[in-house]
Write a protein that binds this ligand. Structure first.
Ligand SMILES: O=P(O)(O)OC[C@H]1O[C@](O)(CO)[C@@H](O)[C@@H]1O
Length: 556
């Protein structure tokens, strides 16, 4: 097993710092060169600033960069040892140093036939074995070989999980809806708020409902609470003997699955080298496989593998995840933009921004380096977004004219699944128009000229024109792909996973732990008996918490 010296940060930080300084100096050269000017100066800008992977095109020409910027950014990636750390990750090195774990979600979709060795052992046979069992189970549920206690075919499948045990499958099930092809309906329950499971179960028949309890640790309070409620729902409707037929589980903790009462034959394992937010490729993807069939699930894995191969082999300057990561670093650290929008012009990617929020913000929302020292510069941006065109009628006002600059990714398919006249042409026209508008903007003179043409008086023009100015020079990426099929979804997710990895490497942080979620969990555990009225607020707890508990008790 390779135990590469992936975290010898001190050797490289001086180089990285020096390049950041050069980037800061270089940024000044854009003061009088907005994007409009950059396009006017260079007729080949579109060809120069793009990356293609088969039908997938990343157009990054509408970014505040020139050739010198990209050269410096690539130098930065080299100085941060992105390639070395990438190779170490793929080879099974302990990249997740605080949890002493390898990071090998890429092994789950490894289609190369090459072994992947962890602790001296090739994990690929285990991966293949779980995938084979998933195929039998998913197809069995879809076609009735695996049936309800009564022998009836399952009509509905409810996945109970949260975070990485929910967001990936929810997002992928919606994205791949056209591939469901008569499979059961999928539902997802994540929130401990009883409204979530109540409203989900309200429309379902226990006699034909299967539950998938998905939890890497099988201890997560929200999931265990929802699973207990679901179990009681089945037991009350069908009797205790029926429970086994209506549950299956996905976890790394198979002993805990057994303790919950789920038979080992219906439990699908994965491994501690798969992070929760990187687990949709593992058995956590079982509900997706049930929804769209296993062949489509395999195409999804193969798409991700294609992106893995690209990430491992393409030169840094022509490497899609690397380029996206470097642009993000340029905006976050050099130009000081603190949020990043993801705007799919693809309705079925409606949950993609929420998925990316966990992927990016749980990975790179860190304040110390792998060595435990405070990070010297800003790390992960706030990631957010909604599908276009809905966002246009909601928050784009701020993106166009607000005081913050918000770099954004536009995602758009060339070919829709629906052949409804006009819809897709209008969708694509809107996507392209938005990136053009954000890039070009509208000057005061242009706004005044338009008003003059519309017959406004000079006084009216003076009053109104400033409101009609668009600063422009607002950066966007456009990701264009043929159609949102399983392969493309796999490529898209892997693209963002590797982007997050590259950024985490440049920032010198561990993108694979999530200690920041722990404190709230601890305090909630402590407060539960207080909220239930079984204990009092501790003397060490603050006045606000004390006051809120009292106010809650008075109202409850
Ligand atoms: O799959 P589990 O163990 O239930 O964890 C769910 C989620 O909780 C987290 O640990 C954060 O609280 C995520 O990283 C994870 O995806």
């Amino acid at each position: 097993m390779i135990r590469a010296p992936v975290n010898r940060r001190h050797l490289m930080t001086a180089d990285v710092d020096a390049i950041f300084q050069r980037l800061a100096d270089h940024a000044a050269s854009f003061a009088d060169r907005p994007l409009r000017t950059l396009f006017a100066e260079d007729a080949g800008r579109f060809e120069r600033f793009q990356v293609r992977l088969d039908d997938m095109l990343l157009d990054y020409s509408k970014n505040r960069v020139d050739v010198a910027t990209m050269d410096l950014l690539v130098e930065l990636a080299r100085a941060a040892k992105v390639e070395e750390r990438r190779d170490a990750m793929f080879a099974g090195a302990i990249v997740n140093v605080t949890e002493k774990r390898a990071v090998l979600h890429t092994a789950l979709r490894n289609r190369s036939g090459a072994p992947v060795v962890v602790d001296g052992r090739d994990v690929m046979p285990d991966v293949a074995e779980v995938l084979a069992r998933m195929r039998v189970f998913a197809e069995g549920v879809r076609f009735g070989a695996i049936a309800a206690a009564s022998g009836a075919r399952f009509t509905d499948v409810v996945n109970i999980g949260i975070g990485g045990s929910d967001l990936g499958p929810v997002m992928a099930t919606l994205a791949l809806a056209p591939y469901a092809n008569g499979g059961p309906r999928l539902h997802y329950v994540s929130n401990v708020d009883g409204a979530h499971i109540h409203d989900t179960l309200a429309g379902l028949d226990p006699a034909t409902t299967l539950f998938v309890v998905a939890s890497k640790t099988f201890t997560t309070s929200e999931t265990m609470t929802n699973a207990a409620t679901a179990r009681a729902w089945i037991r009350d409707a069908l009797g205790e003997a029926a429970v086994g037929a209506h549950f299956c589980a996905v976890s790394t903790a198979l002993d805990k699955v057994a303790a919950f009462g789920i038979d080992v034959s219906r439990a699908f394992g994965f491994w501690d080298w798969v992070g929760g937010r990187y687990s949709v490729w593992s058995a956590i993807g079982l509900p997706v496989a049930i929804a769209v069939g296993f062949d489509n699930f395999e195409a999804f894995l193969a798409g991700a593998h294609e992106m893995d191969v690209h990430f491992r082999t393409a030169p840094l300057a022509e490497n899609m995840p690397v380029v996206m990561a470097l642009l993000g670093v340029w905006y976050r650290n050099v130009l000081g933009f603190s949020t990043h929008a993801v705007l799919p012009y693809d309705q079925r990617l409606a949950r993609f921004p929420a998925y990316l929020q966990q992927l990016d913000m749980e990975s790179n929302g860190k304040g110390v380096t792998v060595d435990g020292a405070p990070v010297p510069r800003a790390t992960g941006p706030i990631v957010w977004g909604e599908p276009g065109t809905n966002g246009q009628h909601a928050f784009y006002q701020l993106i166009h004219q607000g005081t913050d600059v918000i770099p954004a990714d536009f995602l758009v398919a060339a070919v829709p699944h629906e052949r409804l006249s006009d819809h897709h042409a209008k969708l694509v026209a809107n996507a392209l128009a938005q990136t053009e508008a954000l890039m070009r903007g509208k000057t005061l003179d242009e706004a005044a000229a338009e008003l003059r043409k519309a017959g406004k008086s000079e006084a009216e023009i003076a009053a109104l024109a400033p409101h009609k100015v668009f600063p422009g020079n607002r950066p966007t990426n456009t990701l264009l792909y043929r159609t949102l099929d399983p392969r493309t979804l796999g490529r898209l997710i892997a693209l963002y996973e590797h982007k997050v990895f590259v950024q985490g490497t440049i920032w010198g942080i561990n993108s694979y732990d999530q200690w920041g979620v722990e404190l709230g969990k601890e305090l909630a555990t402590r407060l539960l008996p207080v909220v239930k009225g079984e204990a009092e607020v501790g003397a060490d707890q603050d006045g606000s918490t004390r006051g809120l508990v009292a106010a809650f008790r008075a109202l409850a």
